[in-house]
Design a protein around this ligand. Structure first.
Ligand SMILES: [Zn+2]
Length: 210
Protein backbone atom coordinates (compact mmCIF):
# COMPACT_ATOMS: atom_id res chain seq x y z
CA UNK A 1 0.00 0.00 0.00
CA UNK A 2 1.26 3.50 -0.76
CA UNK A 3 0.80 6.34 1.74
CA UNK A 4 -2.47 7.51 0.22
CA UNK A 5 -4.00 4.00 0.38
CA UNK A 6 -2.70 3.60 3.93
CA UNK A 7 -4.36 6.89 4.98
CA UNK A 8 -7.69 5.74 3.58
CA UNK A 9 -7.38 2.30 5.16
CA UNK A 10 -6.69 3.92 8.55
CA UNK A 11 -9.79 6.12 8.22
CA UNK A 12 -11.88 3.09 7.22
CA UNK A 13 -10.68 0.96 10.14
CA UNK A 14 -11.17 3.83 12.61
CA UNK A 15 -14.76 4.32 11.45
CA UNK A 16 -15.39 0.59 11.74
CA UNK A 17 -14.04 0.41 15.30
CA UNK A 18 -16.08 3.47 16.28
CA UNK A 19 -19.29 2.20 14.67
CA UNK A 20 -19.05 -1.02 16.65
CA UNK A 21 -18.39 0.69 19.98
CA UNK A 22 -14.70 -0.16 20.38
CA UNK A 23 -14.10 3.54 20.99
CA UNK A 24 -16.32 6.42 22.06
CA UNK A 25 -15.86 10.18 21.84
CA UNK A 26 -12.25 11.04 21.14
CA UNK A 27 -10.86 7.97 22.94
CA UNK A 28 -8.34 5.76 21.22
CA UNK A 29 -5.67 6.34 18.62
CA UNK A 30 -4.16 4.46 15.70
CA UNK A 31 -0.74 4.75 14.07
CA UNK A 32 1.03 3.07 11.18
CA UNK A 33 4.67 2.85 10.16
CA UNK A 34 5.55 4.17 6.68
CA UNK A 35 8.80 3.77 4.76
CA UNK A 36 10.02 7.15 6.05
CA UNK A 37 8.01 7.86 9.19
CA UNK A 38 4.58 7.37 10.70
CA UNK A 39 0.94 8.41 10.48
CA UNK A 40 -1.08 8.82 13.67
CA UNK A 41 -4.58 10.03 14.47
CA UNK A 42 -4.65 13.69 15.56
CA UNK A 43 -5.22 14.91 19.10
CA UNK A 44 -8.89 15.17 20.10
CA UNK A 45 -10.00 13.40 16.93
CA UNK A 46 -12.73 10.76 16.98
CA UNK A 47 -11.95 7.45 15.31
CA UNK A 48 -15.42 7.72 13.81
CA UNK A 49 -14.75 10.85 11.77
CA UNK A 50 -11.13 10.89 10.70
CA UNK A 51 -10.02 12.88 7.65
CA UNK A 52 -7.34 11.11 5.58
CA UNK A 53 -5.73 14.41 4.55
CA UNK A 54 -5.46 15.70 8.14
CA UNK A 55 -3.86 12.65 9.81
CA UNK A 56 -0.68 13.65 11.65
CA UNK A 57 2.43 12.90 9.65
CA UNK A 58 5.58 12.20 11.66
CA UNK A 59 9.14 11.66 10.43
CA UNK A 60 11.26 8.67 11.43
CA UNK A 61 12.11 10.37 14.75
CA UNK A 62 8.44 11.02 15.57
CA UNK A 63 8.68 14.76 14.84
CA UNK A 64 5.45 16.32 13.58
CA UNK A 65 5.94 17.30 9.93
CA UNK A 66 2.41 17.52 8.52
CA UNK A 67 -1.32 17.34 9.14
CA UNK A 68 -3.01 18.12 12.47
CA UNK A 69 -1.23 17.94 15.84
CA UNK A 70 -0.63 14.28 16.82
CA UNK A 71 -2.42 12.47 19.62
CA UNK A 72 -1.03 13.28 23.06
CA UNK A 73 -0.62 9.53 23.47
CA UNK A 74 1.92 9.37 20.60
CA UNK A 75 4.61 8.24 23.06
CA UNK A 76 2.77 4.93 23.62
CA UNK A 77 3.07 4.23 19.92
CA UNK A 78 6.71 5.33 19.87
CA UNK A 79 7.45 2.93 22.74
CA UNK A 80 6.07 0.02 20.68
CA UNK A 81 7.85 0.92 17.42
CA UNK A 82 11.17 1.31 19.23
CA UNK A 83 10.72 -1.93 21.17
CA UNK A 84 9.47 -4.07 18.30
CA UNK A 85 10.92 -4.13 14.80
CA UNK A 86 7.91 -6.26 13.76
CA UNK A 87 5.37 -3.56 14.73
CA UNK A 88 3.94 -2.06 11.54
CA UNK A 89 0.95 -0.48 13.27
CA UNK A 90 -0.28 0.23 16.80
CA UNK A 91 -3.84 0.58 18.09
CA UNK A 92 -4.72 2.02 21.51
CA UNK A 93 -8.30 1.76 22.72
CA UNK A 94 -10.30 2.28 25.89
CA UNK A 95 -12.52 -0.63 24.83
CA UNK A 96 -14.82 -1.68 27.67
CA UNK A 97 -13.96 -5.32 28.33
CA UNK A 98 -10.17 -5.05 27.99
CA UNK A 99 -10.24 -1.94 30.17
CA UNK A 100 -12.36 -3.80 32.74
CA UNK A 101 -9.65 -6.48 32.93
CA UNK A 102 -7.07 -3.66 33.24
CA UNK A 103 -8.94 -2.58 36.40
CA UNK A 104 -8.90 -6.01 38.11
CA UNK A 105 -6.60 -6.11 41.11
CA UNK A 106 -6.40 -9.89 41.42
CA UNK A 107 -5.08 -10.93 38.01
CA UNK A 108 -1.64 -12.22 37.06
CA UNK A 109 0.06 -8.99 35.95
CA UNK A 110 2.31 -10.94 33.59
CA UNK A 111 -0.65 -12.48 31.82
CA UNK A 112 -4.05 -11.22 32.94
CA UNK A 113 -6.13 -13.06 30.31
CA UNK A 114 -5.62 -16.84 30.24
CA UNK A 115 -5.44 -18.69 26.91
CA UNK A 116 -9.09 -19.59 26.40
CA UNK A 117 -9.37 -19.59 22.62
CA UNK A 118 -6.82 -20.22 19.87
CA UNK A 119 -7.70 -16.92 18.16
CA UNK A 120 -6.49 -14.82 21.06
CA UNK A 121 -3.21 -16.75 21.18
CA UNK A 122 -2.78 -16.46 17.40
CA UNK A 123 -3.47 -12.72 17.28
CA UNK A 124 -2.04 -11.48 20.56
CA UNK A 125 0.54 -14.16 21.41
CA UNK A 126 1.67 -15.89 24.54
CA UNK A 127 1.68 -12.96 26.94
CA UNK A 128 0.11 -9.55 27.43
CA UNK A 129 1.51 -7.89 30.56
CA UNK A 130 -0.20 -5.21 32.62
CA UNK A 131 1.77 -1.95 32.76
CA UNK A 132 1.27 -0.28 36.15
CA UNK A 133 -0.88 2.83 36.36
CA UNK A 134 0.46 6.18 35.25
CA UNK A 135 -1.42 9.45 34.99
CA UNK A 136 -2.31 10.02 31.30
CA UNK A 137 0.53 11.94 29.68
CA UNK A 138 3.09 11.01 32.37
CA UNK A 139 6.40 10.64 30.46
CA UNK A 140 7.41 7.79 32.81
CA UNK A 141 4.83 5.65 31.01
CA UNK A 142 6.94 5.44 27.84
CA UNK A 143 9.89 3.43 29.24
CA UNK A 144 7.47 1.16 31.12
CA UNK A 145 5.57 0.40 27.89
CA UNK A 146 8.83 -0.01 26.00
CA UNK A 147 10.10 -2.62 28.48
CA UNK A 148 6.81 -4.54 28.45
CA UNK A 149 6.50 -4.40 24.65
CA UNK A 150 9.90 -6.02 24.12
CA UNK A 151 8.36 -9.33 25.16
CA UNK A 152 4.76 -8.89 24.00
CA UNK A 153 2.74 -7.74 20.99
CA UNK A 154 0.16 -6.12 23.28
CA UNK A 155 0.03 -4.64 26.78
CA UNK A 156 -2.78 -3.56 29.10
CA UNK A 157 -2.33 -0.17 30.76
CA UNK A 158 -3.69 -0.52 34.28
CA UNK A 159 -7.02 1.31 34.74
CA UNK A 160 -6.68 2.75 31.22
CA UNK A 161 -6.85 0.30 28.29
CA UNK A 162 -5.00 -1.87 25.78
CA UNK A 163 -2.15 -0.99 23.40
CA UNK A 164 -1.84 -3.55 20.60
CA UNK A 165 0.66 -3.88 17.76
CA UNK A 166 0.49 -5.83 14.53
CA UNK A 167 2.58 -6.36 11.42
CA UNK A 168 0.07 -4.31 9.40
CA UNK A 169 -2.71 -1.87 10.17
CA UNK A 170 -5.30 -4.57 9.58
CA UNK A 171 -3.41 -7.05 11.78
CA UNK A 172 -3.20 -4.56 14.65
CA UNK A 173 -6.91 -3.72 14.45
CA UNK A 174 -7.89 -7.40 14.26
CA UNK A 175 -5.68 -8.15 17.26
CA UNK A 176 -7.31 -5.32 19.25
CA UNK A 177 -10.74 -6.74 18.36
CA UNK A 178 -9.69 -10.26 19.31
CA UNK A 179 -8.32 -8.96 22.60
CA UNK A 180 -11.64 -7.29 23.38
CA UNK A 181 -13.49 -10.56 22.69
CA UNK A 182 -11.02 -12.54 24.80
CA UNK A 183 -11.48 -10.08 27.66
CA UNK A 184 -15.26 -10.48 27.37
CA UNK A 185 -14.98 -14.28 27.49
CA UNK A 186 -12.63 -14.12 30.43
CA UNK A 187 -15.00 -11.85 32.37
CA UNK A 188 -17.96 -14.12 31.53
CA UNK A 189 -16.03 -17.15 32.73
CA UNK A 190 -14.43 -15.72 35.86
CA UNK A 191 -15.35 -17.86 38.85
CA UNK A 192 -16.17 -20.89 36.70
CA UNK A 193 -13.98 -23.88 35.96
CA UNK A 194 -13.28 -22.87 32.37
CA UNK A 195 -11.07 -25.21 30.35
CA UNK A 196 -7.93 -23.31 29.38
CA UNK A 197 -5.66 -24.22 26.52
CA UNK A 198 -2.71 -26.22 27.83
CA UNK A 199 0.87 -24.92 27.48
CA UNK A 200 1.37 -27.61 24.80
CA UNK A 201 -1.67 -26.37 22.85
CA UNK A 202 -0.39 -22.78 23.09
CA UNK A 203 3.06 -23.86 21.86
CA UNK A 204 1.45 -25.73 18.96
CA UNK A 205 -0.54 -22.62 17.94
CA UNK A 206 2.48 -20.34 18.08
CA UNK A 207 4.62 -22.80 16.16
CA UNK A 208 1.95 -23.18 13.50
CA UNK A 209 0.62 -19.62 13.24
CA UNK A 210 3.05 -17.45 15.26
ZN1 LIG B 1 -5.78 6.28 26.34
Amino acid sequence: MNEDETRHRLVELGASLFARGFSVGSAGNISVRLADGYLITPTNSSLGWLDAARLSRLDGEFRHIGGDQPSKEVFMHRAFYRARADAGAVVHLHSTMATAVACLADVDAANPIPPLTPYFVMRVGRSMPVVTYYRPGDPAMEPAIHDAARGARAVLLANHGPVVSGKTLTDAVYAAEELEEAAKLYLLLRGTTARKLTPGQVDDLLTTFG
